[in-house]
Design a protein around this ligand. Structure first.
Ligand SMILES: [Fe+2]
Length: 553
């Protein structure tokens, strides 16, 4: 079991506000297991920054590896995975990587992955506490998997405070026609969970996804599932270590289900759906909670030609020069087209896009990244969106990436064109009503940033935006902006010389980090049954270790 590493942050310049409070959480991928080819598969690293000084006046930053029971078992017996049968009997090379994002149910904190079930943590100790839902509650796993049954769920399920329900999805992934190395079939199941009882699922007959659902949204009347781009795990990648074969879809599909159809009767019959196609790939979705029963308004972050599984390798060459990449350019990814954010009004009854507007600012805003918003209004549409643009470096674009994504329908840029040069990352504020960017701050050249989290001011409107930032020298810094004065730059910068740069994917904010009080508990041993006892050694020993780790937490 890993330990939490804690650092006392030092003020580099500016002044730390006295009235700031709560905790900025960051999730991302850690060190890859020996057989994992892509960092997106790696076990997670969880970080929590306590925004209020402790009793000794120190601002504490905590880092912890979130190794689930199966990862701990694999790390304890790495030699077993030299035998290819290990992947077959133990559940595949991915294992549980809780490396993506969060969801919150009141003061409860959950970690998510796209390839597996969510887990609840103890917010105070940051330890894993319980997996969410037995495998059979989610509708089962795709294949024989005695240690780590694969149940894809969304990295961003939607907790609806009005309904007291978490909306999520699940599917059983199979190679298309049983033979494809590049394409999968994913019959869709919609899932709900009340935080205490069993996960409930509904089949959505006819909604056969070919990609995963990275984000789920909800409005008063509808649940929205976004069929997402960015990392389609192909059968050949997962099981044979092949390189990426096929590009993701050139469109975004939004599957809309009426909440009123989520009845007990329809659990056996299935629920109807409307599929609405939006040109351009996307990975994040955020909807205006208020709908008129027919239309839905939402934002999408587009991810045209952005593919984490096509990150640069030593075998890749630059798309124009034909030169191999330098060491610092390996394992980096970049978009092969301009990626805007778009606002869409969907006509659910007619199954079409009624209106669309995109924010396209090619000279300034590159690489639509991750947004956050004020969590206090019940409707996200009542808050501005604090948005990170990741920037762009034309020196990172590979020939492989352009072969996959350089000539697709619906590109923003002309075919086979991306700019040369470098665009630094930008923090921007999207005004939901004006459908425009109302404030921007351009980060210094050479910096890398992602986790821009809105932090509400206690008892008053407004607040701050906290940013995890890597300096050009790869030092970790924490920059704090006044949310009302983003262009003025950070009001405080913090750092610690021993804080190691981590990949950051997603982030959240909580007012408190209490000891977990929920009693919800799913026993991993329940999922596994008894059949694993018939395994030959050394596989049986790995499962035994896994179960021992699951008991300890
Ligand atoms: Fe995400």
């Amino acid at each position: 079991m890993s330990a939490t590493r804690t650092y006392a942050m030092r003020l580099l310049d500016g002044a730390w506000p006295k009235d700031i409070h709560g905790h900025h959480w960051i999730n991302g991928t850690g060190k890859r297991l020996p057989w994992q080819q892509h960092s997106i598969f790696a076990p997670g690293v969880l970080q929590r920054f306590d925004l209020q000084p402790d009793a000794g006046g120190e601002l504490r930053w905590h880092v912890r590896d979130t190794h689930a029971y199966d990862v701990q078992a694999a790390l304890a017996h790495p030699e077993v995975f030299e035998d290819p049968r290990a992947f077959q009997v133990l559940g595949g090379p991915l294992l549980t990587g809780l490396n993506n994002s969060f969801f919150l149910i009141e003061d409860r904190v959950f970690l998510t992955a796209d390839f597996n079930r969510p887990w609840e943590i103890d917010p105070q100790s940051m330890q894993l506490a319980s997996v969410v839902g037995r495998v059979r509650e989610w509708g089962g796993a795709s294949r024989l998997a005695l240690l780590s049954p694969s149940v894809p769920t969304s990295a961003h399920p939607y907790y609806d405070r009005h309904d007291g329900l978490l909306y999520n999805y699940a599917c059983r992934v199979v190679p298309r026609d049983g033979t494809s190395l590049a394409h999968t079939e994913r019959p869709l199941r919609l899932a709900t969970w009340d935080g205490h009882g069993a996960v409930r699922t509904w089949e959505v007959p006819g909604a056969g996804l070919t990609q995963y659902v990275h984000e789920v949204g909800a409005t008063r009347n509808f649940v929205l599932l976004l069929e997402s781009c960015s990392f389609q795990i192909e059968p050949g990648i997962e099981w044979l270590g092949l390189p990426k074969q096929a590009p993701h879809l050139p469109v975004s599909n939004v599957y809309v289900v009426r909440k009123a159809d989520l009845t007990e009767e329809n659990r056996t019959r299935g629920v109807p759906f409307t599929k609405i196609e939006i040109p351009l790939e996307a990975f994040h979705l955020l909807a205006d909670y208020e709908d008129d029963g027919r239309h839905v308004d939402l934002w999408l972050t587009h991810g045209n030609g952005l593919d984490f599984l096509a990150a640069n390798t030593a075998a890749d060459v630059h798309w124009k020069s034909g030169q191999p990449f330098a060491r610092w350019q390996l394992d980096r990814f970049i978009n092969a087209d301009y990626t805007p954010v778009g606002h869409y009004r969907l006509d659910v009854a007619r199954g079409r896009v009624a209106a669309s507007e995109r924010i396209i600012d090619v000279d300034r805003l590159w690489g639509a990244g991750v947004w956050s918003w004020d969590p206090r209004p019940a409707n996200p549409a009542d808050s501005p969106l604090y948005m990170s643009w990741l920037g762009y470096d034309g020196g990172l674009v590979s020939r492989r990436l352009m072969d996959l994504y350089g000539d697709r329908p619906h590109r923003v840029l002309p075919p086979h064109q991306v700019p040369e040069g470098v665009f630094p990352p930008v923090l921007g504020v999207i005004d939901w009503r004006r459908k425009d960017v109302s404030q921007t701050y351009v980060y210094p050249a050479g910096t890398t940033t992602l986790a821009n989290q809105f932090i509400p001011r206690r008892g008053e409107a407004g607040g701050w935006v906290g940013v995890y930032l890597l300096s050009p020298k790869r030092d970790v810094q924490y920059w704090l902006f006044d949310a009302a004065r983003i262009p003025a730059g950070p009001i405080a910068r913090l750092g610690h010389p021993d804080l190691r740069p981590e990949r950051t994917i997603h982030h959240t904010w909580t007012a408190t980090a209490p000891r977990r009080s929920a009693t919800y508990q799913v026993a991993i041993a329940d999922d596994l049954g008894d059949d694993w006892r018939h395994l030959p050694e050394p596989f049986r020993r790995v499962v035994e270790t896994g179960l021992r780790c699951a008991d300890v937490g």
